[in-house]
Design a protein around this ligand. Structure first.
Ligand code: UVW
Length: 268
């Protein structure tokens, strides 16, 4: 092991878990198959001669459930995936060979938190609030951070506090705060590697509008090749005032999948 790296590890690293716990009944987008977890074999069902037994469980889940990453294959526009590939032709035997989640390299990147409510002096943002380019620029200036090409930028709205409230987190009548077309275009122009947020669909959902239109998904996944990470827990970073960190994320290597549950870490 590289001795400088060993020194860093031995000196002790502080990590913040940015992933949500996966639990049956947790809030999730109505667009995706529900998370389910069962225990087909309990202790005692098969007991070995020495008295030992093993419990084994099983999960069934959409890949865009809990904290997760969207692969570029997740969204098409007018039948085309990122780079112009025909979405129909790219799906071979039910697997997106070209832009599936297996094509996402493990991420060890500079991570930045843009804490929008802290910048605006609010406890959190209202449902349906569109985070503007001015908000993003003002927040960067107030935090004294400059977004650079290759960064992973996490946008906090404060909406993540509603995760424990179940359906309130999903939005519905209230909508959900987030960036929209202008914010996505601005951030894509900075050359970021991935963007994330503490909400269910990353981008602003208008009140009552559900997931009818997702312009930021189109701009990021289809037009720009930028990954999206959703349903992050950003409260720990905000509470500790951590705005810059090593961002670590490893998607499950599921061949041809459109996304993957993840448990990202911020390391400082
Ligand atoms: C939404 O529900 C829109 O999330 P995802 O981007 O994972 O489909």
């Amino acid at each position: 092991m590289n001795s400088a790296l060993l020194d860093v590890v031995q000196s002790g690293l502080h990590t913040v878990d940015l992933g949500r716990q996966l639990r049956v009944g947790m809030p999730q987008s109505p667009n995706h198959p529900q998370f389910w977890h069962t225990l087909p074999r309990r202790h005692g069902d098969m007991v070995r001669a020495d008295g030992g037994s093993a419990a084994n469980d099983m999960i069934s889940t959409g890949t865009h459930v809990g904290t997760h990453i969207d692969a570029l294959a997740h969204v098409s526009q007018d039948g085309k995936l990122h780079g112009g590939a025909n979405a129909g032709d790219s799906c071979l035997g039910g697997k997106y060979v070209e832009h599936g989640v297996h094509t996402i390299e493990p991420m060890l990147k500079r991570g930045l938190l843009l804490d929008i409510p802290a910048y605006k002096g609010l406890p959190d943002l209202e449902g349906g609030y569109e985070i503007t380019v001015e908000d993003l620029q003002g927040c960067m200036a107030s935090q004294d951070v400059e977004v650079k090409a290759g960064d992973v930028v996490l946008i906090r709205s404060g909406w993540g506090k509603k995760f424990a409230e179940g359906s309130a987190y999903v939005g519905g009548p209230s909508g959900v705060p987030g960036i929209s077309e202008a914010g996505a275009t601005f951030l894509a122009g900075l050359g970021v590697h991935a963007l994330g947020a503490d909400t269910i669909a990353f981008e602003m959902l208008p009140p009552g509008g559900g997931h009818a239109q997702l312009p930021a998904h189109r701009i990021l996944l289809v037009e720009s090749g930028i990954y999206i990470i959703e349903a992050l827990d950003l409260e720990g970073l905000a509470e500790q005032g951590l705005h810059e960190f090593l961002f670590v994320l490893v998607p499950l290597n599921i061949f041809g999948a459109t996304g993957s549950p993840v448990r990202p870490l911020a390391v400082v």
